[in-house]
Design a protein. Sequence first.
Length: 273
Amino acid sequence: MGKFDGILICTDLDGTLYRNDGSISNENKQAIERFKNEGGLFTIITGRVPHYAKEAYNAVKPNVPFGCTNGAGVYDGEKEEYVFTLDIHESIMDLVDYVEKTFPNVGIIVSTLYKTYFSRANDVVKKFIKRTKLPYYPLHHRDVKGPIAKVLLGTDNSEEMATVQKAVINHPLASNFTFLHSEKVLFDILPKGTHKGVAIEKLIEYLKVDKNKTIAVGDYYNDLGMFKVARYGIAVKNACKDALDAADIVTVSNEEHALAKIISDIENGKIKI
C-alpha cells in the first residue's frame, strides 16, 4: 500500500505544469515520480490532440490515460489508442467555410484525431507551428479526411478576435458546437458538450476511482470544467482571475514547482483527501 493510493491528479500543461519557458522543473518531475511510485494516479488534461502532446507525455509519463482536445478525448499513450472521443458535428466544414470567406486574415488549423493540418497560415499560425514543432501539412479544410477533433481560428488582433468570436457564436450552426479560448490568440471550435471536466468524468468511470480523491490543477478559462468535476480544483498563483475565483485552493505559481507543492501538501495533510 502506498501513501497516495487511489488519488488521481489531473494537470493542465501550459502555465501550470510547464514553466514560462516551456520546460518542466526537475522538482516537479521528481515529485510526480514519487507520487506514482506510492500508488498515485497521475495524468495530463490538455487542449492538445495526442500527437501534439507526445513531448509532455514522454516527460512525465502518466500512468493512466490522458485527456486531450480540451476533454473531447481520452487517450491511452501506452497502447496508442483512444479510450473515449466526442464526435464533432458534420456541419463543421460549413462553419469553417463561413470563417474562410468572411475573415480572410484569420488563420485556420484543422486537427483530426491523429494529425494536424494548416488550412490557412497567418502570423499566429506560423508561430504556432514554430512553438509546437508540428510538421507543416498545408491542406484546405475541405480536403481533410478523417474524423475532425477540433478547429482553431487564430489572430493576434484583439478587435478582430472579438469580431470573429461574436460572429461564430451567433452563426446559425453555432448550437452544434462548443467554443472556447485555449489562448488569447486562438479560438477553439470543439464537439458540442466539450470541456476538460468530461475527460475527468470518463477517467473516473474508466479507472473506477473515487471522485472524492480527484484533484485538477490549472490556470486558464478552459480549466474551469475540471474544477467543477474534481474534488479539489487547484489554481496556480499565476492563473487568470476566473480560474482563481473558481478554485477551491490556490497554490504557488507555475515557476515555483506547483505540482511538487501540491503533492507535498497531500503528503503532509494540508490537502485532506
